[in-house]
Design a binder for this molecule. Sequence first.
Ligand code: SF4
Length: 323
Amino acid sequence: MVDTLLKVDNLKKYFPVTQGIFQNVIGHIKAVESVSFQVNSGKTLGLVGESGCGKTTTGNLIMGLEKPTSGNIYFKEKNILLMKKSEKKELCCELQMIFQDPFGSLHPRMNVEKIVSEPIYVNKLYTKNIIKEKVCEILELVGLKSDHLNRYPHEFSGGQRQRIGIARALSLKPKLLIADEPVSALDVSIQAQVINLLIELQEKLNLSYLFISHDLSVIEHVSDEVAVMYLGKIVEYGNCSNIFSNPKHPYTKALLSAIPITTPGKIKNRILLKGDVPSPLKPPKGCNFHTRCAEYKKGICDSISPELIKTGENHKVACLLHS
Ligand code: SF4
């Protein structure tokens, strides 16, 4: 039986746009629009899309860094938006985040020992006399050494700093990690090391990940399931291999066609997306992808907004022509 750890149900986040000295609300930026998905225990859901599609806002809503406009978020079947303070404290241990910027997310005046042990002290997870020992164990898990305990973030490379960020996230023994573009600020060779570390940790500690990235090749490597986002909505959702071998939504097809080919001599037909991503302040009528879609049908795509519909086993698509 599938054990669902996180369930996001019809989540919306609208940011008000104000004008004038009275800050009159003149519209809303629909950053997240009716998003639903789930992350199963020990598995990875990859959330992918261009910048500004709402994937980071979705992660922030789950972490409680933003308040949703409506919708529900369940962790182990409990609605986290209705939790009491004491329950939220427990949740904070089970749900942790890995940030994109490995330098900006670490306090420059704290050494590694302080950075990794602070959450343990705050949450009183271990008695004082064994905290240092536990910190050393965590550092070893992420490929760092106890010699690094007294060093500061600026003394490390980008990849090592991200390992410190991962160690801090692991310090409370979480069940689910939200990794927001965890490798996009790193060099390609270091990206591979950090991704492999995350996969290893998942196997060792039975972790679940919500892996947010704009990079489809990274998403394909780490994910069990994938949700493709465009302008605040999920347009394709399902099993990773289904989506990568048989994409249905024209947006997913365009994104996949942009992945560089590693086999010499093989040629891929690149689908070029027209124009820029429309403003979420005034999304297009009908299907909000119709202004850029290569398969656009006049009279249908510009008047009806497609729902995410099941098209096969563990595969859903929001397209009027493909669902
Ligand atoms: Fe393209 Fe129309 Fe499908 Fe939207 S509904 S993705 S515009 S074909």
